[in-house]
Design a protein around this ligand. Sequence first.
Ligand code: ADP
Length: 213
Amino acid sequence: MGSDGKPKAFHQTPAIVGLTGGIGSGKSTVVRMFGELGVHWVDADDVAREVVEPGTPGLAQIAEHFGQDILTDEGTLDRAQLRQIVFANPDERTWLEGLLHPMIRDELIRQLKPEGYALPYVLLVSPLLLETDQHNLVSRVVVVDVPVETQIERTMARDTNERDQVERIIAAQMPREKRLERADAIIDNDRSLDDVERQVRELHGKFLVDFGY
Ligand code: ADP
């Protein structure tokens, strides 16, 4: 509280806490719980889509580089085709990443500074937080953790994917142990949602203290 009895407005730029985890670990579930406590969050996957929406400089440059055939009839990015091209051609992948990564980074930084925000930290949710330079943006890393078997079962149930498809995605991601080594805090999501909510409230309280609320 300020001396006038109103909640203290936070004039400093809020700290950025990164939240990551493998596919189906529960990132979206956990970040929604932080959101209910008033924490502002930005999803890096959403931003990665936003920078190539129709009308963006990102999409215009991709169409200029790869030709108009990279667009669907509706004028959106043909992601499946783009994936095939960069999968087969590392130089094109490098070109694409050189274009998109700085754009994504700039847009993340912009969205992570909400107007009139009263809490001392915000969350950056990203499956690739530790694999990309996004980790340089954050002052803490929170890992949402479940055993691989839980990860597989929950992803299969959510996306109606085959087991081997999910296993392939997991194999391409950072291994669980390595991710945990990089964690400043861990949310154990192999629990009931009530228990996870308790962990979220506890961590929120700790961040309010750590970041000087
Ligand atoms: P991510 O965003 O990391 O891919 P989600 O938050 O979408 O993961 O969680 C994967 C699936 O598991 C979703 O269908 C979600 O509802 C479910 N889920 C997440 N946490 C729990 C939990 N503690 N108990 C039961 N189901 C859960």
